[in-house]
Every structure is written in structure tokens, then in C-alpha cells.
Design a binder for this molecule. Structure first.
Ligand code: KG4
Ligand code: ZN
Length: 334
């Protein structure tokens, strides 16, 4: 069985093929045009997807030594994400579905992040806790079973990825901010500066990162908005420390409350090595899993993989399926 996956929810144009649970080809074209703007420009993202999709798909098929005719279904992200960007992928997928006369499978991008862990850990068993951390999400879910998800905690304001991206901008670093802050942190002292860790005393599982960002803004203002090069690694490292500590504090609460001791991390921020190492260290008595780096940030392998899983369960979508910029993990479309 060959399932083509298409991902265009933000600034990665990605196509992949999943064949009987194995990813046999995966291409991610990361759009470079946004870095000069310090963030994703929705209009540019849509235009770039439109321009890149056909070639990305051809390269993906060539890599797999496969023709379009061998595809059994096409899976595509329908949300959450940028409206225009989603529309380009969904329209393209609908064209393939009609042209090749194969089923269309609508994919929830967050559910795909969640399931990306099963690509490398097929023996992963329910229930488990999932820390979903991306550019738009910071949530802890109790994953009881397939499509039995309970939200344990969310962010009141910014997502962790957003805190990285906005922080990077304040520090004069480029987009995506998480990668840049992580790089700069390497030679820094995480305890040099104290940035606030919001809600650390509360026993509720919830996050807030807007105060942290404001605190960094005030810090940069002391230097007229330009952090001196010699202290940049310490500032970046201390800022990263505050984000990760907030995540670990609440993950600890979730483990205590649920007594579930398998922890899975998903989403772009899961690519952060410090977060990965600290989670494994902090939760020594739990099983901690995270996808390999290329499966953390946006990709189509996770779309094709979940597409195959849904297809096998007989879950398909109508050709009139829409796009859902604010889709939640537990909004099921079928
Ligand atoms: O999952 P993703 O690629 O896209 C969304 O679904 O949002 O996540 C993107 C986010 C961005 O905010 C980016 O700064 C962050 O993931 N990110 C990282 C790292 N790599 C990407 N954050 C921290 N450390 C990283 N190494
Ligand atoms: Zn994502």
C-alpha cells in the first residue's frame, strides 16, 4: 500500500510516501524567503507552496522509484495552520485524488505530530502523556487510546515555539528562532540571568510565556535593543532555560496526577536538544520518547504515516473537505 502525504500548513512544502508503515521517501522544502522578515509571511508561504509542490512531489516519487499510478491514496494536512497555505496543499491533493481516482484523507497536523512517534517506535503502547510543543501549541495530552485524547494543560498566551521565535527576534537572531537560540546557547551559562518561569508555584497544568518575552524585551532595552556579542550566549541560554524549565515543571505535575510513566514529545520544539536531554534526565523513572530531528519539525512523513493508519481503519474524506486553520487535536473530521 502506497500513501502519498502532503504538508503545507506553514512554511515547509513537504511530500512523502509511506509504504506499509515505512517511510520510503520524504522531501521537505523549507522556504527560505521568510527569514529576512523574522517570521512566516502567510502570503509568501502560499505562493511558494504553489510554486514548489509539483516539483517536490516529482522528486519524492523519483526517490521512491514510483509513478503516480502506484499510489493508493493521498493524505493532506487540512489544519491547523495558515489558511492560504493549507488551501494550496488541499487543492493540490484534491486534484490528485480526482485525477488518479484515489481516496483523499484529511489529516490533522497535530495528530500527525503525535503519531510521528509511532514511525520510529512502532511498539509504543497507550496510554501515554504527550507534550505537544510547536510554533502554535504548548499542550500536555493524556493519550488513552487512538482518538481518545484528554487535554491536561494548555498555554494561556504564547506557545513555547512562539517564545523562542519572538525571543530570537529581540536578540537579533533569525527565523526559526528556536534553532538560532539553541545554537547561541551552546556556549552560554543558563544560570547567568534569571528570567521568570510563569505559574511555577501553581499546581494547575498551564503555561504562560508572554511575561518571559516582556522580561527579555526589558532586558534588551537596557542595551538599547542591541545585546552585546559577548553576553549573547549567556542571555540566549538563560532564556532557553526558562522556557524548558516551565515545560518540565508542568510535565512533572502531569506525571504525578495521572501516574502515567510513558512520555512522548512532539512538534518543532521537540527538536531542541536541551529539552530532549533534560526530559530524559528529569524523568529517569519514565520511558521518554521523542522523534528523530527530521520528524520533529514539519514534514510530510508524519502525514503519510497517519494517512495510512486512517486508511487502514476505513477513514477517508469527502472531496468537499475544507481547511481548518484552528483545528484542535480532538476535533475529528469524520
Ligand atoms: O512543528 P513546527 O515545525 O511547526 C508548527 O507546527 O508550528 O514547529 C515550529 C516551531 C518554531 O517556533 C521553531 O522556532 C521551533 O518549532 N523550533 C525549535 C527548534 N527547532 C524548531 N525550538 C527550539 N529548539 C529547536 N531546535
Ligand atoms: Zn508542526
Amino acid at each position: 500500500m502506497n500513501i502519498l502525504g502532503i504538508e503545507t500548513s506553514c512554511d515547509e512544502t513537504a511530500v512523502s510516501i509511506c509504504q506499509n508503515g515505512k517511510i520510503i521517501s520524504s522531501i521537505v522544502d523549507s522556504q527560505q524567503s521568510h527569514s529576512e522578515f523574522g517570521g512566516v509571511v502567510p502570503e509568501i508561504a502560499s505562493r511558494m507552496h504553489e510554486k514548489l509542490l509539483l516539483n517536490t512531489m516529482s522528486t519524492c516519487l523519483n526517490n521512491a522509484l514510483m509513478s503516480k499510478k502506484e499510489l493508493d491514496a493521498v493524505a493532506v494536512t487540512v489544519g491547523p495552520g495558515l489558511m492560504g497555505a493549507l488551501l494550496t496543499g488541499v487543492s493540490f491533493a484534491k486534484g490528485l485524488s480526482v485525477g488518479l481516482d484515489i481516496p483523499l484523507i484529511a489529516i490533522n497536523h497535530m495528530e500527525a505530530h503525535l503519531f510521528s512517534n509511532f514511525i520510529e517506535y512502532p511498539d509504543l503502547k497507550f496510554p501515554f502523556l504527550c507534550l505537544l510543543v510547536s510554533g502554535g501549541h504548548t499542550q500536555i495530552w493524556n493519550v488513552n487510546d487512538f482518538r481518545d485524547y484528554q487535554l491536561l494543560g494548555d498555554t494561556r498566551d504564547d506557545a513555547a515555539g512562539e517564545a523562542f521565535d519572538k525571543g530570537a527576534r529581540l536578540l537579533g537572531l533569525s527565523y526559526p528562532g528556536g534553532v538560532e537560540i539553541e545554537k547561541k546557547s551552546k556556549n552560554g551559562n543558563p544560570h547567568k540571568y534569571k528570567f521568570p518561569i510563569a505559574l511555577s508555584k501553581s499546581d494547575k497544568i498551564e503555561f504562560s510565556f508572554s511575561g518571559l518575552k516582556s522580561s527579555l524585551l526589558r532586558f534588551t532595552q537596557k542595551y538599547d535593543g542591541k545585546i552585546p556579542k559577548d553576553i549573547l550566549p549567556d542571555v540566549a541560554s538563560s532564556y532557553q532555560f526558562a522556557i524548558i524549565d516551565a515545560l518540565l515543571n508542568k510535565l512533572k505535575l502531569a506525571v504525578e496526577k495521572t501516574k502515567i510513566n510513558t512520555i512522548v514529545i512532539g512538534g518543532g520544539v521537540a527538536a531542541n536538544c536541551s529539552l530532549r536531554e533534560k526530559t530524559s534526565f528529569f524523568f529517569k523513572n519514565s520511558k521518554v520518547l521523542y522523534p528523530s530531528l527530521k520528524l520533529c519539525t514539519d514534514n510530510a512523513a508524519m502525514i503519510a504515516f497517519l494517512g495510512e493508519k486512517l486508511f487502514k481503519k476505513g477513514i477517508k474524506s469527502n472531496i468537499s473537505v475544507g481547511v481548518y486553520p484552528n483545528l484542535k487535536l480532538d476535533d475529528f473530521l469524520d
